[in-house]
Design a protein around this ligand. Sequence first.
Ligand SMILES: [Zn+2]
Length: 239
Amino acid sequence: MKYIASFAVAACLATTASAQDWKFGDGAAPERWSLQNSNYALCDAGLNQSPIDLGAPNAVADIELETSYGETEAKLSLGNQKIQLDFPAGMGMVSGGLDFSLLQVHFHTPSEHAINGERFPLVGHFVHATEDGKLGVLGIMFKEGEANTGLATIIDALDSGSGAEVNLDIETMIPDNLSVYRYMGSLTTPPCSEGVNWHVSKDIVTASADQIAALSKILGSSARSIQPLGNRLLVAPAE
Ligand SMILES: [Zn+2]
């Protein structure tokens, strides 16, 4: 990621097809990415990995999450099992006293996190970082239903390819009531770096069957297997 060069975040899916030396599995069996490249040791040895099943929280609290999203000119970036939109500076979220700037959103089919064993057909990961490089992700899961206008804009731009400018209203992809699960986890793709401030919305938004199919055609099976919660704190929203 260009704005923080020192940061091996390359990440939640930012590798290019030619450089990529790992691949998604079926989302169920362990991927064993450490066997592909020793730089990915943390993927198999880490105790704070993502995604997890959110269905067994060990704390309940309404996490205060303040977001400032709106309409913006995003830049489309397509790759091997990758649909990503990079955002200019100016939007973000404040959580746990940390001020996160929104960098990009990318998608996975199906959702990576599960709730009581259930994965949803699509998830958007809104990736943020603080000025000193702490990562914060907001996950918004989609179920089949009414079409989503933000996704419609993105899907319309797919034919234009990488580099296309997309005028996107991010709010259209965010639920009205943003109650979140909160825990500390990792990037879900190599190098699986930990210290990621995960937020996953409890409310699920909708996308049409056609929209899910259009994204899934490019993304394929792109969810990492569920990782153990271990000794971590997992906070679920009260409401
Ligand atoms: Zn992701």
